[in-house]
Ligand binder design. Structure first.
Ligand code: F6P
Length: 561
């Protein structure tokens, strides 16, 4: 197939019955009608082996999914659905370079970036592994020079601050990884991430920095993204203002992109460009040269460890029978909640300060991947697809929104994530953190009955009138599902294990929903429309012709501008 030509064979090979017409779907629907009132407590009482059965180890991750509203029968039916949707066949298509991103005529090969076996992967008749290795080598060289203080700025001083300018997938991955792996970051280097077009963001980032010792990484797959180019331009001006000589740009700017032409047009020497390829989706790109800040921060050995960790998860996904295959199991449990119980959201609660950016990262990974309504065979879905992903780190969430989890009306499946070994145990603080993690998932499961509250209040000598007034308010239904992920220790390898687990979970859900998880046309409309509005704001004349609200807002803005 020619580059850029749409791959209709993927459509044709997709002779799938509509999801909601499948007997496996119907079986799940009937099963749901029978069991939807069964509580997780009940399921535990039914089966003393439940914890062992519904948990598993994936490298350094221990995943406990026993606190979910699933029984053996539920899992059996969900697995039958996965088989009928040919999840394993689609997994193989992804790993072996079929153009499953058919609306952009691209393969989806982020797994090749961490193919530690180095076995050949052919795409368009070419083994892509040597190119991947070559870019890794260049990244290692650059990072070593910076880490050894051999890369000097225009005035001969070593680099102390690295500013990554990028947005979406060109920001969230490296930002989250560098934050998550802070204990492994080179102690003389500081990392900053600028994404937003909001001028305050770059202003505040640059304010404390010294142009003589600052290196900018302009990261953009397309190198046409308005926000990134505007920020990169501002950064260049800031540098030139001090350096006074265009020659300084080569010492202070490197680019990460698939688009050499635009990089060069911007004024960055393509010898300072780190390549990646259109078969790496933006939100799956932290394993590619988009991970350059991670390599500079950690050194290539630790970056390789991170790739190793992702590779371990890939091997698990490829080689583990479906009934023990954790990304598939977690995906299926999600399908059960979103499509049969009507749950709308997925909570992500890392009990780890270093993982505080994980909810944001997974928001893009999941919502940009599976926020789709048209199937691979061009039909509008009649079922819900990607959930709203949200969250915050524990225990902060406990003192903010957990009230709604405990006593609100919504079903919110949530992932709780914690490293077993702390980076800094600090007396017993890590144990207190872990105790909160464990107690929260227990409380969300067990709740507290009216009888328990009543007895406890009586024991505390509270009079019956007060008890009667308060008892319902102090009752918890429990039965709120959680999945717990224990990480041995948050090392680069374990981090790789974790992120790849989520990537594959998202992939499996996309396959079941029969959508293309790898395009993002939905982001385009806003971009196009903002250009028209920008022209109007620049012209400054009263506008007419949008909807009345947008006209009104533009005119109100212009009046006080
Ligand atoms: O937000 C849409 C999007 O295309 C993302 O998918 C992508 O990660 C981001 O913009 C940045 O794009 P680029 O890397 O091309 O600047």
């Amino acid at each position: 197939m020619e580059d850029g030509q749409l791959n209709f064979s993927i459509l044709n090979s997709n002779n799938m019955t509509k999801l909601t017409d499948m007997p496996q779907w119907d079986a799940l629907k009937q099963h749901h009608a029978l069991v939807y009132q069964e509580t997780i407590q009940f399921l535990f009482n039914q089966d003393s082996n439940r914890f062992d059965k519904f948990s598993g180890q994936l490298a350094s991750l221990f995943v406990d999914y026993s606190k979910n509203r699933v029984s053996d029968k539920t899992m059996e039916l969900l697995i039958e659905l996965a088989e009928a949707r040919e999840v394993l066949q689609w997994r193989d298509k992804m790993f072996y370079a079929e153009e499953i991103n058919f609306t952009e005529a691209r393969a989806v090969l982020h797994t090749a970036l961490r193919n530690k076996s180095n076995s050949p992967i052919h795409y368009h008749g070419k083994n892509i592994m040597p190119d991947i290795q070559a870019v890794l080598k260049r990244m290692a060289d650059l990072s070593e020079r910076i880490r050894n203080q051999e890369w000097l700025g225009f005035s001969g001083k070593p680099i102390s601050d690295i500013v990554n300018i990028g947005i979406g997938g060109s920001d969230l991955g490296p930002r989250m990884a560098v934050t998550a792996l802070t204990p492994y970051v080179h102690e003389k280097l500081n990392f900053h991430f600028v994404a937003n077009i909001d001028p305050s963001e770059i202003y505040e980032t640059l304010k404390p920095l010294n142009p003589e010792t600052t290196l900018f990484i302009v990261a953009s797959k397309s190198f046409t993204t308005q926000e990134t180019l505007a920020n990169a331009k501002a950064a260049k001006l800031w540098l030139l203002n001090e350096a006074g000589d265009e020659q300084a740009v080569a010492k202070h700017f490197v680019a990460v992109s698939t688009n050499a032409q635009e990089v060069s047009a911007f004024g960055i020497d393509v010898r300072n460009m780190f390549e990646f390829w259109d078969w790496v989706g933006g939100r799956y790109s932290l394993w590619s040269s988009i991970g350059l800040p991670i390599v500079i921060a950690l050194g290539m050995d630790q970056f390789e460890e991170m790739l190793d960790g992702a590779y371990e998860t890939d091997q698990h996904f490829l080689n583990t029978p479906i009934e023990n295959n954790l990304p598939i199991i977690l995906a299926l449990i999600g399908i059960w909640y979103f499509n049969f119980f009507g749950a709308e959201t997925q909570g992500i609660f890392p009990y780890d300060y270093y993982l505080r950016d994980l909810p944001n990262y997974l928001q893009q990974a999941d919502m940009e991947s599976n926020g789709k309504r048209i199937t691979r065979d061009n039909q509008e879905v009649d079922y819900t697809t990607g959930p709203i992903v949200w969250g915050n780190r524990g225990v902060n969430g406990q003192h903010a929104f957990f009230q709604l989890l405990h006593q609100g009306t919504r079903l919110i499946p949530s992932d709780f994530i914690i490293p077993i070994q702390a980076q800094h145990p600090l007396a017993d603080q890590h144990l207190i953190l872990a105790a909160n993690f464990l107690a929260q998932t227990e409380a969300l499961l067990q709740g507290r009955t009216e009888q328990e509250v009543n007895n406890e209040m009586q024991e505390n000598g509270i009079n019956q009138e007060t008890i009667d007034l308060l008892v319902k308010h102090r009752t918890f239904t429990g039965n709120q599902p959680t999945t717990s992920i224990l990480i041995d220790k948050l090392t680069p390898k374990a981090f790789g294990n974790l992120i790849a687990l989520y990537e594959h979970k998202i992939f499996v859900q996309g396959i079941i929903w029969n959508i293309n998880s790898f395009d993002q046309w939905g982001v385009e409309l806003g971009k196009v429309m903002s250009q028209k509005v920008l022209d109007e704001l620049k012209e400054g004349d009263t506008v007419k012709g949008h909807d009345a609200s947008t006209d009104g807002l533009i005119n109100a803005f212009l009046k006080k501008q």
